[in-house]
Design a binder for this molecule. Sequence first.
Ligand code: ADP
Length: 282
Amino acid sequence: MAKIQWSIAATEALKADGLRIAELDTAGTPGFPGDKKAGQELLAERAEVLSSLQERLYANGRSGDSRNVLLVLQGMDTSGKGGIVRHVIGSVDPQGVDHAAFGVPTAQEKRHHYLWRIRKALPRGGQLGVFDRSHYEDVLVVRVHNLVPEAEWEPRYDEINAFERELVDAGTTLVKVAMFVSLGEQKKRLRERLDRPDKYWKFNPSDIDERAYWPAYQEAYQAMLDRTSTDYARWHVIPADHKWYARLAVTELLIEALIQLKLDWPPAKFDVEEQKRRLAES
Ligand code: ADP
């Protein structure tokens, strides 16, 4: 039986432009009319499409193509960023993946400009880069907790736009994804981390304190979307209460980005017939 498909392109269904986070239905499944079972069935098929496109990207990179794709994941604690890395990125060949996670800056990182550690982690040609948190922390947690004065974080929006323009001009396709769960869903997920010994490692007592800053985070996320969603590096907003939907959505966004690159298999750099002959004779 034919699988249920997206009713509109995921890039369209998830675009951040004009969206108010405070009004977002985090349990929604925009653009996908099916239920969990239908979503998981489609995901199994689309994961293979993603894997095949990523292999082409990698093959072209090996042949000197400098283009790459960088998935930027932002989201509050428990929004499912780790699940995207494991399940979506986990479905492609690891040698073509360049993963970087950004936590509290180290002493060395603090001595540099906030983009220093980001630049160091940029993917090479042909790679599918993944940023689990990113330079956006410098206008999110930093803004919410006044880690630097406003006069310092305020110019960062424009600076980040200029930085991303530079990346895009150098051949990077940015896929920026902001994931949102409701406060209630977050509570459930944190509770699960406390109920299950196999999840204790994910729990950080400060995650509970951060819940009190929810309104400030919403404001900071809204400013981020309003000011850094550009025509060359758009933000996508993913309602993430349903993990299956978030995974399906990110898979689809990556597929759409890779299709835009119009990747063919790189041509042979040798005479195929001659090599066949040599092989037969060997
Ligand atoms: P996670 O919580 O995603 O599993 P970690 O525990 O390693 O990962 O660290 C993430 C923490 O680091 C988050 O609380 C995040 O806000 C913080 N962080 C990331 N970047 C910065 C930054 N530039 N300044 C301050 N804190 C940051």
